[in-house]
Design a binder for this molecule. Structure first.
Ligand SMILES: [Ca+2]
Ligand SMILES: [Cu+2]
Length: 352
């Protein structure tokens, strides 16, 4: 699974009904409140997962029930991630050179420590080749998210970026938390609304007000930053959703726990789905719908799911900020538009 050069694997941009929230006072009182700072309680319930108006991988809409859980009210920030690194000495993927022995065919410059950074194009470009606006930059990592000369000074409250899925998982473990499942993430993102297109409702900019840090202007060359931010925004710059979650749409994509299967919704269980196994994702005999994503790298390398969209999302390209939108990421790339938030199961019958 690690025999292609990292750059060959870059594939990050592929192209409710809510009821039954019972009283959760019991679950709340069983958890150590000190460890729940910055988290909000997401009452379990039933919802319609997916969308009839999105991509094929959001279909079919199906009923899912999740248990209640705690979720970080914001994306994990640079300050929080620094605390983890200082406590553990963790070195992120983007700070490590790849071993040429693992990638004998790769050009050496692609094996340097670094991250994939968004680069504005000079003018309009075809939107079917994301390598026209992504570039691997050696020396770009979570402390240098715009390249080796950049820093995160003054950005303590921005979401951490240029980290990998494994880095996010390591942080979660250290914090006594975990990454959410896709189902938990989408249930939470909907904020208690039923079958709405956006986390805040059906209207994109109610009263003309931007609800999330997205991209305005012609992608990928003209970013008017009408919402106030050209790249990441400090967390809590926009109003929270109905569950009190900030930046659940836009700002940065968020890693979730599940392996990516574009056809998972035709086989998803109803109760607490937690995604396919890695073996299932790579099983050549699995059922694939006509029209579903068949890029060859999906058949040989398992990918993870990212959710929520980023400051690069816009209505002409990916609309990734919709709560139902699903995108993929590989395991060996760090980018400056992907971060994460964590969850914590509640003990007792409503938790795990
Ligand atoms: Ca913006
Ligand atoms: Cu997008």
């Amino acid at each position: 699974m690690r025999n292609l050069p990292p750059i060959a694997l870059l594939s990050l941009l592929a192209g409710l009904s809510w009821s039954c929230s019972r009283s959760d006072d019991d679950a709340e009182s069983q958890v150590d409140p000190g460890s729940l700072t910055g988290m909000v309680w997401i009452p379990g319930g039933e919802f319609s997962m997916g969308s009839t108006e999105g991509e094929l991988n959001e279909m079919p809409v199906h009923t899912v029930r999740v248990k209640g859980f705690w979720m970080d009210e914001t994306e994990v920030t640079n300050a929080q991630f620094r605390e983890f690194v200082e406590a553990t000495g963790h070195v992120t993927l983007g700070e490590k050179d790849f071993d040429p022995e693992d990638y004998p065919d790769a050009p050496p410059e692609t094996l340097k420590a670094g991250s994939l950074l968004f680069q504005k194009s000079d003018g309009p470009v075809p939107l079917n080749n994301h390598m026209l606006w992504w570039k691997f930059i050696p020396g770009a990592d979570w402390r240098h998210p715009e390249g080796p000369e950049s820093s995160i000074e003054g950005k303590d409250d921005h979401p951490v970026v240029c980290i990998s899925w494994d880095d996010a998982t390591a942080y979660a473990k250290w914090a006594g938390k975990r990454l959410p499942t896709e189902a938990e993430w989408e249930f939470a993102a909907r904020g208690g609304l039923r079958n709405q297109t956006y986390a805040w409702g059906e209207e994109f900019t109610p009263s003309g007000e931007h609800q999330a840090n997205l991209w305005q202007g012609d992608f990928p060359h003209e970013n008017s930053a009408e919402d106030g931010f050209a790249t990441t925004a400090p967390v809590k710059s926009f109003p929270p959703n109905g569950f009190g979650l900030y930046d659940i749409s836009g700002n940065v994509w968020e890693f979730v726990r599940d392996w990516y299967d574009p056809d998972y919704y035709i086989r998803s269980p109803e109760f607490s789905p937690d995604g396919p196994t890695m073996e299932q994702v790579l099983d050549p005999g699995r059922r694939i719908r006509p029209g579903s994503d068949r890029r060859p790298q999906l058949a040989t390398t398992p990918h993870k799911v990212i959710r929520g969209g980023s400051f690069l999302c816009n209505d002409c390209y990916c609309k990734g900020y919709r709560p139902s939108a699903r995108q993929i990421t590989d395991m060996i790339t760090s980018t400056n538009h992907t971060g994460f938030r964590c969850v914590k199961s509640a003990p007792g019958p409503q938790g795990e």
